[in-house]
Design a protein around this ligand. Structure first.
Ligand code: MG
Length: 307
């Protein structure tokens, strides 16, 4: 169905990576035609994947039953990162409206967060839901720095934080305030750790391009040592597999980090990668948002359950 795509392939940097991929599995380009692909999220019950095409102000939908791709929502308010909550509902970060929303089962949209202490958020970027129903998201300023992925505006908060929304009360708290550009985030399989990327180098040559590792203490986090520095571009978005490895975007494709943060291998992609997610009935297929295209590859690992 799909030919071999030039510029793709596995690169082993540590022997541990050899067990993670299938030698004859190939990267497939499922679709192309986006301007900036981001925020993939898998819906197991419906066997489809949604992802954002941020500059084109739309959410796309890949149907795993027949390979069809269609526009799921347009305008999308320049949506960026997505996840699914424990009830299977879509949770979305929106640049244009500077908010985090939930799409209910009846299709209506609930605003979960759009301000903190009376000041508008910058432009929520990526989001994850914990098993207790709390929603954790990053709020860098990418969506208000220019008109390409939102509306240019000044930051009202004046900083870029990581927030937690309580699943029961809706109360919002800052969980990390020492990031330059907090971006992708994910919990370890047992939720004892929270990994958060900082992509500050995009607007400050001396800024960070790394993932930090926090200890989760119920509603708060501590620690925050650097787990891994990116060796090609930035770590934008990432997911964790059941063995605790981190599969993260980078400029040359997907980097696989051991739980200790060591780069053990790569999946080369011929476009800059922004984000990934596990999907398919067994969560053993990695979907990859690479600039204009949606890619996928079957792996010999399984993602942490998305719901
Ligand atoms: Mg991002």
């Amino acid at each position: 169905m799909f030919g071999v795509i030039d510029g793709t392939g596995f690169e082993t940097l540590h022997d541990d990576f050899n067990a993670c991929f299938i030698g004859h599995a190939r990267v497939e380009r499922l679709w192309t035609g986006a301007r900036w692909s981001e925020g993939p999220v898998w819906f197991a019950a419906g066997r489809y994947l949604l992802w954002s095409d941020i500059p084109n102000n739309r959410i796309m939908r890949y149907d795993d039953t027949d390979g069809a791709v269609s526009t799921f929502r347009q305008p999308s308010n320049n949506s960026n990162g997505h996840t699914v909550d424990r009830a299977g509902r879509l949770v979305s970060c929106e640049h244009l409206t500077r908010r985090v929303t939930r799409t209910e089962h009846d299709g209506t949209i609930t605003v979960l967060a759009d301000s903190y202490q009376g000041k508008r958020l910058n432009s929520p970027n990526d989001v994850v839901v914990k098993s207790d129903g709390s929603i954790w998201f990053t709020d860098p300023s990418y969506g208000i720095l220019m008109d390409y992925e939102g509306d240019r505006a000044e930051s009202e908060i004046g900083a870029c934080h990581v927030y937690r929304i309580d699943g029961d009360t809706g109360a919002m708290t800052i969980v990390a305030d020492d990031y330059m550009k907090p971006n992708g985030l994910a919990f370890s399989p047992d939720e004892s750790l929270l990994y958060i990327a900082d992509t500050g180098v995009t607007h400050d040559a001396d800024g960070p391009a790394h993932i930090r590792n926090h200890t989760v203490n119920g509603d708060t986090i501590s620690g925050g040592d650097v787990l891994a520095d990116c060796t090609a571009g930035v770590f934008d978005g990432f997911r964790v597999d059941r063995a605790g490895r981190i599969w993260t975007s980078a400029a040359d494709g997907v980097h696989c980090l051991s739980p200790q943060g060591d780069l053990i291998g790569k999946i080369h992609i011929p476009e800059l990668v922004a984000n990934v997610c596990f999907g398919g009935p067994k969560l053993n297929r990695l979907f990859i948002c690479g600039t204009t295209s949606l890619y996928a590859v079957y792996l010999n690992v399984n993602g942490v359950s998305p719901v």
